[in-house]
Design a protein around this ligand. Structure first.
Ligand SMILES: CC(=O)N[C@H]1[C@@H](OP(=O)(O)OP(=O)(O)OC[C@H]2O[C@@H](n3ccc(=O)[nH]c3=O)[C@H](O)[C@@H]2O)O[C@H](CO)[C@@H](O)[C@@H]1O
Ligand SMILES: C=C(OP(=O)(O)O)C(=O)O
Length: 511
């Protein structure tokens, strides 16, 4: 009989010798890959099965062709054999949007910040790359779940990682924490998903009362900051945006004195940021409301541990996987405060579901439940589905409602008044058999039910529509291919692998 473990041992030996030639310890490689030292040890011994995803991560961590599978410059694709029911239980991970806000907020702290249970996603890596390039020490724990941040006396703006900064919109959230500490600095124009124009103006309006002036020249925001008088401030936001609220909160936390922020977003990531700042000693009244009163006491210096809470958008994505495949699955650790309207809307559409009693998230503040969905006959809602700033149906959950509406009987109007260019990506669902028509850039008419059928689709350059299409493929009979799926890793940790654990038949491949 042939020894099936021999190739694993050979690959393990190759990884070990390449790692040693790069003078990396197992723990250092584990940190780069986002796994534990013991896992690297097992891999090097040939004692662990290696998926394409893990091998590719090891290859790029070692910058080595030896363990590169295919050409790294080639994009990844997903093949889905759909039309099968899922089953089992799946846990929601912590949120991308809190992670990026907290990483930016850690710039406020002279002490040590440890963020526990942070999602290993590309968006987090990009912000960490920018932080490290500024001289911030950022270390992952051995198991890849926690990250510790220590900010130096002075940040090194000369070596700012421009490429990483340009790939994420969240770099804008450096403005708030930096303006209390620096009188002059430059940040690259923010990037991100292709969702149409997203203005930075509300951020500049919100931060002007704190003394910030920004000139946008040749791809950079050149910031100058006037001295803070310490007087009581009231800031009125022109939009109830999440990151603009976070920027204003961080600017307020960095100053001495009281700041009132009106028209603040009370959304989940904003609450996580406030809970972290409270641990740093910032006084915040009104968390969860649209008026915040923040009492800063000057430089913040404390060693703190914080656990960001679970991601309501991931919760909605996972529930959608169960709903569109007519499955019974349980999604655990759902942050219920941020999913109540979604679940009420689904219930009106005929979804059968049950939930556990509430329990507290690790941050001690956010309320969680386990939600089980059962196969249901869905009908279109009577009214249109439209998002609102929290408390309302979450803007990022709209793409999932589009897929669900396509499985329901009847006509649904989906109104995305928020983004100029997100709805258009959902018309790709027609390739899988859905009847989805764009009335105008903001409104989609969806006519269900859909007899989903497999097809090949190019992944849209937008995170949530990409995942919505992947979930529709789970429902589509036959084989589907989603091409160029790298964007999914921007916001979801090992989504494909986790869907496989529910029984989905998915494989990742390169050309
Ligand atoms: C890192 C992070 O946390 N990202 C979230 C954050 O992005 P972020 O806070 O960056 O969202 P934006 O500021 O870009 O707002 C999104 C869009 O909504 C419009 N707008 C927003 C609020 C408002 O009261 N009126 C209004 O018109 C904006 O002009 C923009 O076109 O909030 C978005 C809206 O919830 C979410 O999709 C993003 O996932
Ligand atoms: C739009 C999103 O995020 P970002 O603000 O990071 O682009 C999203 O998470 O869907």
């Amino acid at each position: 009989m042939s020894d099936t473990t021999a190739p694993l041992r050979q690959i393990g030996a190759l990884i070990r010798s390449t790692r040693q030639s790069k003078q990396l310890t197992q723990a250092q490689l584990a940190e780069r890959v986002g796994t534990s030292q013991s896992a690297i040890n097992r891999i090097e011994q040939g004692g662990q099965n290696l998926g394409l995803d893990l091998l590719t991560r090891i290859g790029s961590a070692l910058e080595s062709d030896i363990v590169t599978v295919g050409d790294q410059r080639r994009a990844s694709h997903i093949r889905v054999h759909g039309g099968r029911q899922l089953s089992g239980t799946i846990e929601v991970r912590s949120s991308k949007n809190a992670a990026v806000a907290l990483l930016c907020a850690s710039l406020l702290n002279r002490g040590r910040t440890t963020l526990h249970g942070i999602a290993r996603i590309v968006e987090v890596d990009r912000i960490i790359d920018v932080l490290r390039s500024l001289g911030v020490q950022v270390d992952w724990s051995e198991d890849g779940a926690d990250v510790t941040i220590q900010v130096p006396e002075r940040l090194d703006f000369d070596h700012l990682d421009e490429a990483a900064g340009r790939r994420t919109r969240s770099v804008l959230m450096f403005l708030g924490p930096l303006l209390g500490q620096h009188t002059r600095f430059a940040l690259p124009y923010a990037g991100g998903c292709d969702l149409g124009t997203r203005t930075v103006e509300p951020h500049l309006i919100a931060l002007r009362p704190f003394g910030l002036e920004v000139e946008a020249t040749t791809g950079w925001y050149q910031a100058t900051v006037a001295e803070d008088t310490g007087a009581e401030l009231t800031v009125v936001l022109t939009e109830r945006g999440d990151t603009v609220t976070e920027n204003a909160i961080m600017a307020a936390a960095a100053r001495r004195g009281v700041t009132t922020i009106r028209n603040a977003s009370p959304n989940y990531m904003v609450q996580d940021l406030c809970f972290y700042l409270e641990k740093l000693g910032v006084g915040i009244e009104g968390i969860g409301t649209t008026t915040l009163r923040i009492t800063g006491s000057g430089p913040l210096d404390a060693d703190v541990d914080y656990w960001p809470s679970e991601d309501p958008i991931e919760a909605m994505s996972l529930l959608t996987a169960g709903i569109v495949t007519q499955s019974e699955i349980t999604v655990t650790r759902v942050p219920i405060e941020f999913m109540e309207i979604e679940l009420a809307t689904l219930s009106e559409m005929g979804l059968r579901s049950s939930r556990s009693t509430e329990y507290a998230a690790e941050n001690g503040r956010t309320r969680l439940v386990d939600v089980t969905v059962y196969p249901s006959e869905l009908r279109a809602p009577i009214d249109k589905i439209h998002p609102m700033p929290f408390p309302g149906l979450n803007i990022d959950n709209l793409p999932f409602f589009t897929v669900i509406a396509a499985t329901a009987t009847g006509s649904t109007l989906i109104h995305d008044w928020v983004y100029e260019g997100r709805s258009i990506h959902l018309t790709d669902l027609t390739r899988l058999g859905a009847n989805v028509r764009l009335r105008d850039p903001h409104r989609l008419d969806v006519e269900g039910p859909t007899r989903w059928s497999g097809a090949e689709v190019n992944c849209p350059p937008a995170l949530r529509p990409a995942v919505a299409i992947l979930l529709a493929m789970l429902a589509a009979k036959g084989t589907s291919v989603l091409r160029n799926v790298d964007i999914i890793a921007r916001g979801y940790e090992q989504l494909q692998e986790r869907l496989i654990s529910l029984g989905a038949d998915i494989e990742t491949f390169k050309d």
